[in-house]
Design a protein around this ligand. Sequence first.
Ligand SMILES: Cc1cc2nc3c(=O)[nH]c(=O)nc-3n(C[C@H](O)[C@H](O)[C@H](O)COP(=O)(O)O)c2cc1C
Length: 392
Amino acid sequence: MLRMLTAGESHGPGLTVVVEGLPARVPVDRAAIDAELRRRQGGYGRGGRMKIESDAVEILSGVRHGLTLGSPVSFLIRNRDHENWKDVMSPDPQPPEAKTRRALRRPRPGHADLAGALKYVTDDLRSVLERASARETAARVAAGALVRGLLDAAGVKVRSHVLRIGPAALPPDGVVAWEALDRIEESPVRCSDADVASAMIGEIDRAKRAGDTVGGVFEVVVRGLPPGLGSFSQWDRRLDGRLAQALMSIPAVKAVALGAGFEGGERAGSAFHDEIFFDAERGLHRGSNRAGGLEGGVTNGEELRVRAVVKPIPTLLMPLRSIDLVTKEPEAASVERSDTCVVPAAGVVGEAMVAWVAADALLEKLGGDSLPELLEHLEATRAQWKAFLERR
Ligand SMILES: Cc1cc2nc3c(=O)[nH]c(=O)nc-3n(C[C@H](O)[C@H](O)[C@H](O)COP(=O)(O)O)c2cc1C
């Protein structure tokens, strides 16, 4: 239903994103989009690059007087750092020996450097890492912020928080309540527990002092999703699969779990599945939510909860062993200006990707060329569920 294409290199003039398939009359709040971009830039453990950039969108198409037109929406996010890289990133041919090439030849273990060099058969790693860089995720966050206009109107809210940074973690089987996320942005690591948050900060400081990096786990929580989104009728229509793909596509994300996820491998069925209840006061409800709001690849009306594991990022100030791609001699991997920990920021990117999949699934179920039409369809669907549940 929705399509998103991003373009742009990390030190090029800017990032662009084109969003197609959004209905007309969705409110677009540029300040809210910029606020999301600022959240992605934040979090304890970010490096020098984020001090240079102060991301903001320029709206190039698809929006008029604060509302979408139904035509493709496109944004430009300029890279302020490009000023310092104009020659290095010049689109014009350069002499092979020019210093402006700033060629990199020592691939970093864990980055796309070596795989990209083999793919494109080049020893100039700059040509690989410029697009592989997670700078691209700024464009995704802008697209995610755009579709939040549709989600908000449908009563759907998306939040995230950090569960683990290195060994510092919330208890493994605890569920952090939605309300505990009200003030999550006040925590520098976006963690709901102050003691665990200071342990997380300690881990980041320790890694930084050692010239190392540290990973962790974030969770995205969605409230207000109607039941019935996604489908079990075909493998590629299952919403769990679509969410996993969207989250796994975030650079450095190495595992995705719905609800209690990996815990399911340890428990008996009787201690895992969410029992079903109905009473006059609460209506249809569940005793727990280990499924994370999805059964059979379809939303079941509970909160959607999905976790992602972020590996420690690959650029180390104390670099790992590598080779020079030309001489094949052993060398330390190259060092670029870099972050120490990106888990809080990755959570913000995760929100954008989950918002994207949720908006796509809503459009699939409800359709409509304009937001009012979609909301009418939502009302009609709600009335249908009400009648179904009140039937005796
Ligand atoms: C928000 C964000 C910021 C990142 N910043 C860095 C960074 O500064 N240095 C780095 O080496 N990797 C960084 N990464 C991770 C790399 O982009 C990623 O490891 C690399 O592209 C290889 O992809 P893979 O880890 O998915 O295999 C960041 C990831 C995210 C989500």
